[in-house]
Design a protein around this ligand. Structure first.
Ligand SMILES: Cc1ncc(C[n+]2csc(CCOP(=O)(O)OP(=O)(O)O)c2C)c(N)n1
Ligand SMILES: [Mg+2]
Length: 502
C-alpha cells in the first residue's frame, strides 16, 4: 500500500469479508500511522492482527534515543492496548509461539484487533513450538440459558407482530444463516441496520430493509419496526448512527437484545449466555409462526427511463443507478459522507455485499477497503462510493490496485467539498481543491477514467466498467447544494440536537 492508513483499512475490509486480516508495519512511524484504522476495526468488531517491527532486544540497553522511538520502547504497545483485545512483544524466544497463539485466539474469539511486536533481532529466529492447549470455548450456564430462552419464547408466542433487527455480529460470527432459519421457522420479518446491511441477504423474502429511525431506507421499514410488539435485536450494536441520531423509537419493554457481550429480555439481564447457544436454542424451538403480515414490498430501484437520461445527475440518482448494475458478484463499499447516508436506501434486485465504516465513520475507508475486498474475496468486484474529500485522503491507493492488477470501480462523488459538513456548519473549512479526478488513471498508468454529469452518462459509465472488467474511476459531478434525502434527514436531526436552525 502507498500509506499505512490505507493498509489498515484494507486489512480491516479483508477481515470483514474473509474472517481474519493482518497488517505489517514498521515501528511507530508506521504503527501509529495505522492506528486510526485499527481503532475503527476495534469499534466495529473486525478481527485484524497488527504486526509491528521494533528495535532489537540488544538495542534497548541503556535506553538510547533510537530513530522512530517516541517516549519509551513500550510507548507503541501501550497506545495499542487501547484499541486491541490482546498484545504481545516477542522478547522471549521460548514464549514467542504461545504469545502469538494467545493473541490470534483472542482476535478470533472477540472479533477485535490484536497487536504483536517483533524486535528485529527476533524476526529470523527459530522459535520452539509445541501443541498448544487453547482455552476452551466459552460455555453458557445451562440453567440461565434455558431461562432466557423460555422467557424469549413466551414473548414470541404472545407476539402478534414480531420483527428481527439483524446486527453486524451475525456477519462477524457467521450466525446470519442461523438467524435466517429462526426467521423462516417463525415467519418473522428481518430488518438490518447500516452497519449490518447485507449481513442477511437483501433478496430474502422476509427482508424488510435498513432500519435507523428517521434514517431508515423507507417509511415502510420504519413503521413496521416501530409498530412491532416484539423486536429481537440479534447481534446489534446500538449506536447514534444506527438509531438515526436518536430518532429511533424502540422500547426496551418490547425488546430482546442478544449480543456476544450481553443478553437482556425486556428488563431482565442474563449473565453467562453465549450468543451462539441462544440463537441455536431459538432455531430449535418449535414456536409456530403465524402467517407473516409482511407483504414484502421489496422496493428495488426503478429502471432508468430513456426520457430521463439527459437529466442532471443528483445524489439520489447515483444510488438508484448503481443499484441497477449490482448483482451477487458485487461488493459495494461506502465511504463516510453522503456516500454512506445515501447508501441506506440502496437495494438491488440481486444480493450484493455491502461494507462501510458505518459506526466509527472514518473518512478514507472505501478506496483502500476495496483493495482488501478484492484480495480477500476475488469472486467479488468492489464498487467504492467515495466523496471528493475522502478521496483526497486515501484515493491514491488506486496506485496499489493498479500494481496488484485489481479491478475495482471507484465512483468519486464530486460535490465540490465537504458536503456533509456544509449541512452542519458551512465555512471556508469545507472547501477543498478541485482535482481533475479522472487524471489519476494517467498518474498511476492504469485503468479507465470516465466522467458523468447526467443520469445517462453514469449509467453508460457503469455499463462500460462492467463490460471492460478493468480498474475504472468514474467522477460523478453532483451540484454542490444537492444532498441525499437521508443526509437531509440527518442534518435536520443534528441541527435540532444542537439547537441550530438550517
Ligand atoms: C478521518 C475523518 N476526518 C473527518 C471526519 C468528519 N467528516 C465527516 S463527513 C466529512 C466531509 C466528507 O466530505 P466528502 O468526502 O467530500 O463527502 P460529502 O460529505 O461531500 O459527501 C468530514 C470532514 C471524518 N468522519 N473522518
Ligand atoms: Mg464532497
Amino acid at each position: 500500500m502507498t500509506h499505512e492508513p490505507g493498509a489498515g483499512f484494507a486489512a480491516d475490509a479483508y477481515s470483514r469479508v474473509s474472517g481474519l486480516g493482518l497488517v505489517c508495519v514498521t515501528y511507530c512511524v508506521g504503527g501509529l500511522n495505522v492506528l486510526n484504522a485499527i481503532a475503527g476495526a476495534y469499534a466495529e468488531k473486525s478481527p485484524v492482527v497488527v504486526v509491528s517491527g521494533a528495535p532489537g532486544r540488544q538495542d534497548r540497553q541503556k535506553d538510547p534515543l533510537l530513530h522512530h522511538k517516541v517516549k519509551t520502547f513500550e510507548t507503541q504497545r501501550r497506545v495499542y492496548d487501547e484499541v486491541t483485545v490482546a498484545s504481545a512483544v516477542l522478547l522471549d524466544e521460548q514464549r514467542a509461539a504461545s504469545e502469538i497463539v494467545r493473541c490470534v485466539e483472542a482476535c478470533l474469539r472477540y472479533k477485535r484487533p490484536v497487536y504483536i511486536e517483533i524486535p528485529h533481532d527476533m524476526a529470523d529466529r527459530q522459535i520452539p513450538t509445541r501443541k498448544f492447549n487453547l482455552p476452551p470455548p466459552e460455555r453458557s450456564d445451562p440453567r440461565t440459558l434455558a431461562a432466557s430462552v423460555r422467557e424469549t419464547l413466551s414473548l414470541l408466542k404472545e407476539a402478534r407482530k414480531p420483527v428481527i433487527l439483524a446486527g453486524v455480529e451475525l456477519a462477524r460470527y457467521r450466525f446470519a444463516g442461523l438467524v435466517v432459519r429462526i426467521a423462516e421457522g417463525m415467519k418473522i420479518p428481518i430488518a438490518a441496520d447500516l452497519l449490518s446491511k447485507s449481513a442477511v441477504p437483501e433478496d430474502h423474502p422476509l427482508y424488510l430493509g435498513v432500519y435507523g429511525g428517521a434514517m431508515s431506507s423507507d417509511r415502510y421499514v420504519r413503521r413496521y419496526v416501530e409498530s412491532a410488539d416484539l423486536v429481537l435485536m440479534l447481534g446489534t450494536f446500538i449506536t447514534d448512527m444506527s438509531m438515526g441520531f436518536y430518532t429511533a423509537k424502540l422500547d426496551r419493554g418490547r425488546t430482546v437484545l442478544a449480543t456476544s457481550e450481553r443478553l437482556s429480555v425486556q428488563y431482565h439481564c442474563y449473565d453467562s449466555v453465549e450468543l451462539g447457544d441462544f440463537l441455536r436454542a431459538l432455531a430449535k424451538a418449535n414456536v409456530r409462526g403465524r402467517p407473516s403480515t409482511h407483504p414484502s414490498p421489496r422496493p428495488v430501484a426503478e429502471a432508468l427511463r430513456e426520457s430521463e437520461r439527459s437529466d442532471a445527475l443528483r445524489m439520489v440518482d447515483v444510488f438508484r443507478i448503481l443499484s441497477l448494475h449490482l448483482d451477487e458478484r458485487c461488493c459495494v463499499v461506502a465511504d463516510v459522507g453522503d456516500s454512506i447516508f445515501g447508501a441506506v436506501a440502496m437495494r438491488s434486485a440481486r444480493q450484493a455485499e455491502f461494507i462501510a465504516s458505518a459506526y466509527y465513520m472514518s473518512m478514507g475507508f472505501a478506496v483502500p477497503a476495496s483493495i482488501g475486498i478484492a484480495l480477500g474475496r476475488p469472486d467479488l468486484r468492489p464498487f467504492a462510493l467515495v466523496g471528493d474529500g475522502a478521496f483526497q485522503m486515501t484515493g491514491v491507493e488506486i496506485s496499489t490496485a493498479a500494481r496488484l492488477g485489481l479491478h475495482p470501480v471507484i465512483l468519486v462523488l464530486n460535490n465540490d467539498g465537504y458536503g456533509t459538513m456544509r449541512q452542519i456548519r458551512d465555512g471556508c473549512f469545507n472547501v477543498i481543491t478541485q482535482w481533475n479526478y479522472t487524471k489519476i488513471c494517467e498518474l498511476v498508468g492504469s485503468g479507465d477514467a470516465l466522467k458523468a454529469s447526467t443520469k445517462g452518462e453514469l449509467d453508460s459509465a457503469l455499463s462500460a466498467a462492467r463490460r471492460s472488467g478493468k480498474l475504472t474511476v468514474i467522477e460523478a459531478k453532483i451540484p454542490r447544494t444537492d444532498i441525499s434525502p437521508q443526509l437531509a434527514t440527518v442534518s435536520r436531526e443534528v441541527a435540532k440536537m444542537r439547537g441550530l436552525s438550517l
